[in-house]
Ligand binder design. Structure first.
Ligand code: BTN
Length: 285
């Protein structure tokens, strides 16, 4: 497909009120890099994990691809996207000091992506978070985040759909892209990458600070399309329905069922009825 059209640089757009955590010094460039770009690769997550294990890349390395031939999704699924139409990116991170806080890496990545998209589209597309790691617009998937680890190395990958010629038949009603959701022209992949890394850097600094887990979870809750919604939880062995009540500081989803609250650490969630208008505030941050 055609390359994504260019947009004016983000810096020339009107500033939107955002929810930036305190900006850490030095800037994101000090945490992330180098950025390697591939026209085609099997999987940017696979690439960075292998490179880390071989000692060829260290924490902060970023890999971006126009196209993946074996993109990896959650729960062993594959991840497909029209060539050149999505930001396909992975970032190598050091393992968090507390292994129980790995969910903060993915939650903060999602928060940062939602903020970056909302800012770059001047609010025309304001994604919400779907537990555990998706960005959705009108309940259609805009992006997915996947963390994988080998040894002490953690890679967080994100596929964020930016400029699609249309929704492939098998994804109709399920997925969307920024151009299809109303951002015309959509921001460039590079502008989304830059702002995402910038915002993520800020949120990682929050996560690492005192009370960080609570603050990250609170931000994810405010942006959540799941919390307050009636949901069906689909696990490998069972399905059940209830009201998605909250995200715990461990990143688990608490769903209130007729039989009482259930805490879910991994699985798929289907939104059955969105939360009521009187639910959580819509503000970001
Ligand atoms: C999901 O299942 O929702 C997560 C999808 C994550 C896809 C991204 S694309 C870039 C990175 N490389 C991969 O192989 N997967 C992730």
């Amino acid at each position: 497909m055609a390359a994504a059209p260019s947009n004016p640089p983000a810096s020339s757009r009107p500033a939107r009120p955002a929810s930036p955590p305190e900006r850490a010094n030095p800037p994101a460039a000090a945490r992330f890099g180098p950025i390697e770009r591939f026209a085609e690769i099997d999987s940017t997550n696979r690439y960075l994990l292998d490179a880390a294990v071989a000692g060829r890349r260290s924490a902060g390395a970023v890999a971006v691809a126009d196209r993946q031939t074996a993109g990896r999704g959650r729960l062993g699924r594959t991840w497909t996207a029209p060539p050149g139409g999505s930001l396909l990116v992975s970032v190598l991170l050091g393992a968090p000091a507390n292994p129980n806080e790995r969910h903060l890496l993915t939650l903060s990545a999602g928060i940062a992506a939602a903020e970056a998209v909302t800012t770059l589209t001047d609010g025309h597309v304001a994604p919400r978070l779907k537990w555990p790691n998706d960005l959705v617009v009108d309940d259609r998937k805009l992006a997915g985040v996947l963390a994988e680890s080998v040894g002490g190395h953690v890679v967080v990958g994100m596929g964020l759909n930016i400029d699609w010629p249309g929704v492939p038949d098998e994804l109709i009603g399920i997925a969307t892209a920024l151009n299809l959701a109303g951002a015309v022209p959509p921001p460039t992949r590079d502008s989304v990458l830059d702002l995402w890394l910038d915002r993520w850097h800020g949120w990682l600094a929050v996560a690492e600070a005192p009370a960080g887990p609570e603050r990250v979870v609170a931000a994810a809750t405010r942006l959540s399309a799941t919390i307050g919604s009636s949901v069906r939880v689909e696990l490998a062995s069972e399905r059940f329905e209830g009201l998605a009540e909250r995200i715990t500081d461990a990143g688990h989803l608490v769903v209130v069922t007729d039989a009482g609250p259930r805490e879910v650490s991994a699985g798929d969630v289907v939104h059955l009825r969105p939360r009521s208008a009187g639910g959580l505030p819509d503000s970001h941050g």
